[in-house]
Design a protein around this ligand. Structure first.
Ligand code: NAP
Length: 257
């Protein structure tokens, strides 16, 4: 198998990598040999996580970035180039789902904020980062975090779900445009995953049991379950895969979610 699953000497940016799925992804990519840019809104959290992973022998840089802010995203890419001189893989992971309401109850302001953070950010990151991947001519990848909410109706999470459906199409559109440059772009759509994002919703035992009952593989995902698929997509093992949305949900959508 050689280096099929290696990211040795590659440079990866993972947005929202101080916690949850982003952190698990950054750690797995680092253990596969990549140099990792740790990023989130909070500088202290970025520094702490970058230092923690450095303690495991992973080369890291901490570059804070609010993905809803265009200047931050541009700076994230520029500072990565200053620090490492190249970019090979980008994971557009950071997202929020802050308002639970019916669609007609959303204000325009809330709708726009969710779309800025959960969808427009990925397009902006692609604009800034993909030309740098193309420039070195060795190929690379971008993975966008979607959700099973993109393929099923998500009660009271409509703006998030519509933004995530946009992510799936953004991945295939970008894939069609960047394939000749050797860049593969895919979306990964997790089901319920044990992170801060869903902690409140599954706080009591009954809610957790109801969630697990809907999943053929009989458990919710751990962040590493999702990170492992994102890692695979970034390595040579995923080299003929592009434009896809890969659902990682223990089979939940097979039986209606
Ligand atoms: N957990 C699930 O069940 C689930 C299911 C389907 C899809 N997903 C998707 O998976 C991805 C990761 O979710 P998660 O559950 O790992 O989330 P999480 O545990 O809430 O972690 C989110 C990460 O993103 C950062 N972040 C939040 N808002 C940000 C912003 N505006 N700019 C930059 N960074 C930001 C957070 O750090 P700071 O707070 O320090 O900024 C943190 O590092 C998201 O795209 C989510 O939609 C999750």
């Amino acid at each position: 198998m050689g280096d099929l699953f290696s990211l040795k000497d590659r440079v990866a940016i993972v947005t929202g990598s101080t916690r949850g799925i982003g952190y698990a992804t950054a750690r797995l990519m680092g253990r596969a040999g990549a140099r990792i840019v740790i990023s989130s809104r909070k500088p202290a959290a970025c520094d702490e996580v970058a230092a923690r992973l450095a303690g495991e022998g992973i080369e890291t840089a901490a570059i804070p970035c609010h993905v809803g802010n265009d200047a931050d995203l541009r700076a994230l890419v520029e500072k990565t180039m200053e620090r490492f001189g190249r970019i090979d893989t980008v994971v557009a992971n950071a997202a929020v789902n802050p308002v639970f309401a019916l669609l007609h109850e959303f204000t325009e302001d809330t709708w726009d904020k969710i779309f800025d953070v959960d969808l427009k950010s990925a397009w902006r990151l692609a604009r800034y980062a993909l030309p740098h991947i193309a420039a070195h001519g060795e190929g690379g990848s971008m993975t966008l975090l979607s959700s099973t909410a993109s393929v099923l109706a998500a009660p009271r999470s409509g703006a998030y779900a519509v933004a995530k459906a946009g992510i799936n199409h953004l991945a295939l559109q970008l894939a069609s445009e960047w394939g000749k440059a050797g860049i593969r772009i895919n979306a990964v759509a997790p089901g319920v995953t044990r992170t801060d994002m869903i902690r409140a919703g599954l706080a009591d035992e009954a809610a957790m049991q109801a969630a697990v009952a809907r999943i053929p593989l009989d458990r919710i995902a751990e962040p590493e379950d999702i990170g492992a698929v994102i890692l695979f997509l970034a390595t040579r093992a995923g080299r003929h895969l592009t434009g896809q949305t890969i659902v990682v949900d223990g089979g939940a959508t097979l039986v209606g979610g």
